[in-house]
Design a protein around this ligand. Structure first.
Ligand code: GTP
Ligand code: SAM
Ligand code: SF4
Ligand code: SF4
Length: 326
């Protein structure tokens, strides 16, 4: 079965948020005081997450990215992933993490069948890193990346959200990581999810990031695979790894959007920036797989063509990234 939306886009990628909790408080994702935590009973249980994933796969989802909050803080995750990776019809189980708990969990994640990891890392300077994450320890993330490589994950994707005046002076250091390591380093435009004043001045366009790298290194464009996410990929000539640019603000990639999202509370959402969504909990409680499938189809039908975050008069509500899963 295939899920095709009204714009002819084939939806085969589910971003599944398993928790709203996080062991960091990144300045671009959460307000300084953090966000109100969900009560445990508000979150989908693993059994519900499994049933909902199975319904998605039945409708045509082929790739599931587990996210959060920080997915690795939820207890029992590895066992859940082991079950999920064996779901018939699922082609790829992947995970996005801040890396803080990877040193302990990289090997179990690999054994559970997680195919690839995307790791968020916004600075290679301990103080800048602690400032961005409001207190996290860079060395733990670096140890986590090391453990992931040793566990056999590869190629690792490293996500850097670029913020002018905060970490943009490290763009070349991040690009240089790809010279002798098989990492794909992805530079991401800072999105106005918190609706913070001055976001526009901080968000650096992908073209500027690319130009800065191109001035220092010769870059070759790469072709993306069918199930790929939104990055445009390049390679520094002769480098072991690759470079990706993700431009949700300056050059949205909505026309090739292939995804839906399910939040930790069980709301299915057609678009990161659309508040329209449906609570799947009552459907899960009714135990009617048919109704679940119909609802997923309807969400895909209602999926908006694109976001409007970069338009001056756009009325955009605050997007709770840690609840939705980015
Ligand atoms: N606007 C927008 N941003 C997205 C979307 N999906 C991912 N992002 C952002 O892109 C960045 C990277 O996300 P990842 O979790 O690594 O997922 P991905 O880029 O789909 O990963 P791959 O499947 O490995 O290509 C994050 O900052 C996300 O918030 C999307 O559908 N729309
Ligand atoms: C919400 S996090 C969840 C997974 C995990 N905690 C992590 O940080 O990798 C998923 C992704 O969203 C990105 N993100 C969050 N807020 C963002 C923003 N305002 N602009 C761009 N990317 C953002 C993060 O950098 C991360 O790569
Ligand atoms: S959910 Fe991810 S991006 Fe958001 S605060 Fe946590 S680690 Fe940072
Ligand atoms: S903003 Fe919405 S439509 Fe555009 S790529 Fe993201 S989820 Fe898809």
């Amino acid at each position: 079965m295939a899920l095709i939306d009204t714009y002819g886009r084939r939806i085969n990628y589910l971003r599944l948020s398993v928790t709203d909790r996080c062991n960091m408080r990144c300045c671009y994702c959460m307000p300084a005081q953090g966000v109100a935590k969900l009560e445990h009973k508000e979150m989908l249980s693993y059994e519900e997450l499994y049933r909902v994933s199975a319904a998605c796969v039945e409708q045509g989802i082929e790739k599931i990215r587990v996210t959060g909050g920080e997915p690795l803080v939820r207890r029992g995750l590895v066992d859940f992933l082991g079950r999920l990776s064996a779901l018939p019809g699922l082609k790829e189980l992947v995970l996005t993490t801040n890396g803080l708990l990877l040193e302990e969990l990289a090997r179990p994640l690999k054994d559970a069948g997680v195919a690839r990891l995307n790791i968020s890392l916004d600075s290679l300077q301990p103080e800048t890193f602690a400032r961005i994450t409001r207190g996290a320890d860079l060395n733990r993330v670096l140890a986590g990346i090391d453990a992931a490589q040793k566990a056999g994950f590869g190629p690792l994707k490293i996500n850097m959200v670029v913020m002018r005046g905060v970490n943009d002076q490290e763009i070349l250091d991040f690009a240089a990581l790809t010279l002798d390591k098989p990492f794909t380093v992805r530079f991401i435009e800072y999105m106005p999810t918190l609706q913070d004043e001055g976001w526009g001045a901080q968000s650096m366009p992908g073209s500027e990031i690319l130009a800065a790298i191109g001035e220092r290194y010769p870059l070759l464009p790469l072709v993306s695979s069918e199930m790929a996410g939104p990055a445009r990929n390049y390679k520094i000539q002769g480098a072991a790894g690759a470079i990706g640019i993700i431009t949700p603000v300056s050059g949205h990639f909505c026309e090739s959007c292939n995804r839906i999202r399910i939040t930790a509370t069980g709301r299915v959402r057609g678009c990161l920036f659309s508040e329209q969504g449906t609570d799947l909990k009552p459907l899960l409680a009714s135990g009617d797989p048919e109704a679940l499938g119909q609802t997923l189809k309807r969400i895909v039908t209602q999926k908006p063509g694109r976001h409007h975050i970069a338009e001056e008069d756009a009325e955009q509500a605050v997007v709770n990234m840690s609840r939705i899963g980015g």
